[in-house]
Design a protein around this ligand. Structure first.
Ligand code: COA
Length: 104
């Protein structure tokens, strides 16, 4: 299996059982058992600096997580996650933004 690189920034913290995937099993053909179809083209994952990935979260191929993001426990994350956002759920949605009075 060819693995696309995953980039993990500085000061990233992860809880237990976090899973990061950069490809999936292919299921294009209905004529060939999926176990024989190999893998999809790898799509790397990028995780910015100072990100918190809580326990049992799953990061799907091609995900880009911005700087300072908080990912709640058990989230399934895909796509582009904006800097300093708070995301949760399956599929993970942005529910808020980290903010501190000194930021304003
Ligand atoms: C992300 C987190 C820090 C948010 O904590 P918080 O700000 O105290 O949030 P609250 O408990 O007040 O919940 C706020 C809302 O988010 C929802 N929520 C919180 N955590 C959630 C999760 N993991 N998945 C889905 N929804 C969640 C709550 O149901 C609540 O929704 P409501 O406003 O509709 O009632 C916390 O939920 C979490 O996931 N902590 C990580 C625990 C962990 O994995 N620790 C190991 C070390 S990282």
């Amino acid at each position: 299996m060819v693995q696309s690189p995953t980039t993990i920034g500085d000061d990233v913290v992860m809880g237990p059982d976090v899973m990061i995937f950069t490809n999936s099993l292919s299921f294009f053909s209905t004529q060939v058992p999926m176990i024989e179809q190999g893998y999809t083209k790898p799509a790397g994952v990028i995780i910015g600096d100072d990100v918190m990935i809580s326990s049992r979260s799953i990061i799907l191929p091609g995900t880009k997580i911005g700087k300072g993001v908080v990912i709640a426990a058990g989230s399934v994350v895909r796509g582009k996650i904006p800097d300093y956002s708070i995301v949760m759920g399956n599929p993970a949605k942005v529910v808020g933004r980290r903010n501190h009075p000194e930021d304003n």
